[in-house]
Design a protein around this ligand. Structure first.
Ligand SMILES: O=C(O)C(=O)C[C@]1(C(=O)O)C=C[C@@H](O)C=C1
Length: 305
């Protein structure tokens, strides 16, 4: 990849995820103001890849990313990065904690510091910003409707802000998962420690519909690592299911499950198979190895003569 987009500006957690991505060495980094803008530039061919947040251990799925991947021209996830999340409350020199009337930050960051804010600054308002680093840049530049920003420690340093309070996240072990997305092309090889991301659209709404989808995974011994319903936006009550499963599309059990889903769903959007960031091998149920499927297929071939 020669040009990689990301949710910027510099100092976002997404820029840190890109720092951790080995293949980004030497690539031109192109910051975008939103996930939508980064993915639109990727679809338009202006960049070759885009690093975007997809899931946080405290606040859950990043809707902007899930929705942008679930519709529009197909894109594929080719890798993931997990970044530990630590927040500071930062403000220009001379602003004391007691002076803070409003705080700017990204909505996912706000959700992770709400408890701390309630205890230490119960009267302060919240102003949404496009990213944590955009809030830090805004408060440094002045003229914003907020006097402090919730951001990464490095974003505070980058913008010459003073740290009013350190480590203000409500959950010590918070992490965010980021994905590197590309236009369809070559796919990462199976490693034995892979994930596959799918979006499932049902044909109709009926009792047991979700169960039928999940049965396709259960019957092939496939473990899910994320399941979310997102509105299709077509009408009230119309939902699709965004899922991550353990394994690679080239694994036999996934191939069989995908064929089953393809039969029963209105649409199955395949969003890629890629190595897991933690390198943990897939948990495969007993008798769901590639060799078990190969043996069963050979048996079927033999009885069909
Ligand atoms: O605003 C940033 O710094 C981002 O990279 C976005 C984002 C997110 O979308 O969840 C990433 C990690 C943090 O959990 C908070 C915000």
């Amino acid at each position: 990849m020669t040009r990689v987009g990301y949710l910027g500006p510099d100092g976002t957690f997404t820029s840190m995820a890109l720092d951790q991505w080995p293949a980004s060495d030497g690539a031109e980094r192109v910051p975008f103001g939103s996930v939508d803008a980064a993915l639109a530039a990727l679809r338009a061919g202006d960049v070759d890849g885009a690093m975007v947040p997809i899931e946080n251990s405290v606040e859950g799925g990043v809707s902007a990313t899930l929705d942008a991947l679930a519709s529009g021209d197909p894109l594929l996830v080719v890798g993931e990065v997990v970044v530990p999340i630590t927040f500071v409350l930062a403000a220009p020199a001379g602003v004391a904690l007691a002076d803070v009337r409003a705080v700017g930050t990204h909505s996912h960051a706000w959700a992770q510091v709400r408890g701390w804010m309630g205890r230490h600054l119960p009267g302060a308002g919240y102003v949404p910003a496009l990213s944590t680093a955009a809030a830090a840049a805004g408060v440094a530049a002045g003229g914003q409707p907020y006097d402090a920003a919730v951001c990464a420690p490095s974003a505070a340093t980058l913008h010459g802000l003073e740290v009013l309070a350190d480590d203000i996240g409500d959950m010590q072990a918070a992490v965010t998962r980021f994905v590197l997305v590309a236009r369809p092309g070559s796919m990462p090889e199976p490693t034995g420690a892979d994930k596959t991301t799918l979006v499932l659209f049902q044909r109709d709404d009926h009792a047991g519909g979700l169960l039928e989808l999940l049965e396709q995974f259960a019957a092939r011994g496939i473990n899910l690592t994320r399941l979310e319903s997102r509105p299709t936006k077509a009408s009230m009550g119309s939902y699709c299911f965004s899922v991550d499963i353990e394994g690679h599309v080239l694994d036999e059990r996934l191939g069989e499950a995908l064929m089953g889903l393809r039969r029963i769903c209105a649409e199955v959007r395949f969003l890629g198979s890629y190595p897991r960031a933690d390198g943990r091998a897939a948990t495969i149920a007993p008798r769901a190895q590639d060799s078990d499927f190969a043996e069963a297929r050979e048996w079927l071939r033999s009885i069909r003569g």
